[in-house]
Design a protein around this ligand. Sequence first.
Ligand SMILES: Nc1ncnc2c1ncn2[C@@H]1O[C@H](COP(=O)(O)OP(=O)(O)OP(=O)(O)O)[C@@H](O)[C@H]1O
Ligand SMILES: [Mg+2]
Length: 374
Amino acid sequence: MKILGIETSCDETAAAVVEDGSKILSNVVVSQIDIFAEYGGVIPEVAARSHLEAMMPVVNKALKNAFCSWDEIDAIAVTHAPGLLGSLLIGTLTARTMAILHEKPLYATHHLKSHVYANWLNVDESEELVSERALEAARPSFTLSKTNSSDSPQFPLLAMVISGGHTQILYMRGHDQFEIIGTTHDDAVGECFDKVAKILGLTYPGGPSIAKEALRGNENKYKLPHPHVDGLDFSFSGLKTAVLRAVQKELGLPISHPSHDLKNHLTDEMRADFAASFQKTAIDILNEKIKLAIQEHPEIKSIVFAGGVSANQKLREEAERIFSKDYAVFFPEPKYSGDNGAMVAAAAFYEIQAGVKPTDPYKLNIYPRISIES
Ligand SMILES: Nc1ncnc2c1ncn2[C@@H]1O[C@H](COP(=O)(O)OP(=O)(O)OP(=O)(O)O)[C@@H](O)[C@H]1O
Ligand SMILES: [Mg+2]
């Protein structure tokens, strides 16, 4: 079954053709990172307009790269929740129109499900992206170690969704069965990377910049506190403030000193040490919560990481070191950690397997803030 997956929930315009939920026939991503690096964050109206310009060329390229005509596409899948309202609208309106025009069944997928299902994709190194420029510039170079002890994750499993907008631990009994067992009370971990990068004067998006900077820093230089949050929940806004206070203290500046000016006083060594110390603390917090989740669910067979932060090489190494003796640990290939259409097509395939029916293309709505459990 060949599914065309369309993704526009934030600042990537993406489409892909995936066969049977795992074989990637094409994957096209046009990232707006270049545009938003200038502003240090996403501007929703600009993102929507950029999606509008890129959408149809991206869909056409995905079909072309997959050597597929519309006749060969069995279904269309699109992200309808959660995300930026204007961005979601462009993707869903495109998918609805294509479904009506080409008489294809239409499936609406939740963005976090798609991130999780990136772990079921089989990556063929030969496939091309239309615009990897921004992604390549953003991601540090490293060698990927596959920690998978079997071909695909086994149930029951824990899925750690760590992205720009979410930090959640999900328990999955089977395909398309998601239970939130832990979530953040405030900022997402990716958002925390982005905000700390801003304090340190590193470029947007912050995650890859911090990871790169941390390579030459001392991760034990600054002791940053772990937030006291009960159970499997998280809080990352305190960690961002802790970095801010530590930087002010190190520079001998008062807490009233504007945060946007601190970067001008940091030495290269301080910047690298703060990046490394912050990254280590964030990773430790994530792994400690996974240890707790395992105590509550010792029956799990796999641990699956998903979302943009799962591209972090240090996190991969640490999680592998801690968990892979007892569990099969899965990470998406780094370029499928962030937003892409292939993961949307994979999620839809497994939803279909689980009995989900197509949605009415004349009625499909968007839900910018809906939970994965809805
Ligand atoms: N190597 C890395 N290390 C740490 N964080 C990273 C890395 N690469 C990307 N990120 C972070 O991942 C986030 C983007 O991930 P993603 O695209 O999944 O989020 P999103 O789609 O904006 O949000 P959501 O998926 O929650 O709707 C950014 O916050 C970015 O800084
Ligand atoms: Mg995402």
